[in-house]
Design a protein around this ligand. Structure first.
Ligand code: NAD
Length: 265
């Protein structure tokens, strides 16, 4: 129980990598604030966490209702502030923030993507991370907590027809490094995770937009020398590592979690 009596706030926690993080932290005893713009999926996920939590500990009464679904669109500053306030009102503390909510627009060459569309991507994928840190920092100072930002391999390697997405992930990575420097004095560590391809609804939605989804998914799986995509809980376990004392000397890093894909790009 490596996160017992501690609180994690996960943006985009209702599904995909965020849900994987919620499940991994809940199994380790965390109280989980599931922040998402999809209220019903967040509710369903938060309720399912209580189940796995109680099954693991056998303590059915004390742990019921430990997790909270919070409706928020992280593109909107007031909603981020409200999500932090609600987490504090519920639990009184925040020990870890996982900035995971993100969007990947359909592949589009630069000349076909107007600048105002780029702002939409930056607002969700980068500005939300900045804003969440802005509102969570006073609380993380009290717990000497951690921040984990879900960036992407594309932050350092780039991605064709995804300039806005890759740039937003690059911004998240350099923000991580700079904030780690600012936060070291407060005992707060800030790191980023750089996944390659993860089997999530986002990935499957993308594949299903293509003529042969199964072939596309096989092609994506083969990009990893390990021969498959990551499972969401494999990313969640890395986040747990970065949130606990197991990683006490690691800050300001972008950790590749990619089955070797970045070696063979
Ligand atoms: N899937 C991959 O292969 C992959 C690889 C590298 C990085 N990533 C990054 O991981 C993160 C999660 O990706 P995923 O594949 O799990 O995506 P997903 O679409 O499967 O899940 C994203 C979750 O975020 C929520 N969300 C999206 N925009 C939001 C907003 N404005 N406000 C609140 N919630 C919002 C969605 O409702 C959803 O629950 C993203 O930042 C993505 O860029 C994913």
């Amino acid at each position: 129980m490596r996160f017992s009596e501690r609180v994690v706030l996960v943006t985009g926690g209702a599904r995909g990598i965020g849900a994987g993080c919620c499940r991994v932290f809940a199994k380790e005893g965390a109280y989980v604030a599931v922040v998402d713009r999809d209220a019903s999926a967040a509710e369903t996920l938060a309720r399912s966490l209580t189940g796995s939590h109680t099954a693991l500990t056998g303590n059915h009464t004390a742990l019921t209702g430990n997790h909270t679904a919070i409706l928020a669109d992280v593109a909107v500053e007031d909603q981020i502030r409200a999500a932090v306030d609600r987490t504090i009102a519920t639990y009184g503390r925040i020990d870890c923030v996982i900035n995971n909510a993100g969007v990947h627009p359909p592949d589009t060459p630069l000349e076909k993507m107007a600048p105002e569309k780029v702002m939409d991507v930056l607002r969700v994928n980068f500005l939300s991370t900045y804003t969440m840190c802005y509102y969570a920092l006073p609380h993380l100072k009290k717990t000497r907590g951690t921040i984990v930002n879900i960036s992407s391999m594309t932050a350092v390697l780039g991605q064709r027809n995804s300039t806005a997405y890759a740039a937003s992930k690059g911004a998240q990575l350099s923000f991580t490094k700079s904030l780690a420097l600012e936060c070291a004095d407060f005992g707060i560590r800030v790191n980023a995770v750089l996944p390659s391809n993860v089997d999530t609804p986002l990935m499957r939605d993308w594949a299903s937009s293509l003529p042969d989804p199964e072939a596309a998914l096989s092609r994506i799986a083969a990009l990893q020398p390990i021969g498959r995509m990551a499972d969401v809980e494999e990313i969640g376990r890395v986040c747990l590592f970065l949130a606990t004392e197991d990683s006490s000397f690691i800050t300001g890093q972008g950790l590749h979690v990619d089955g070797g894909a970045s070696l063979d790009y």
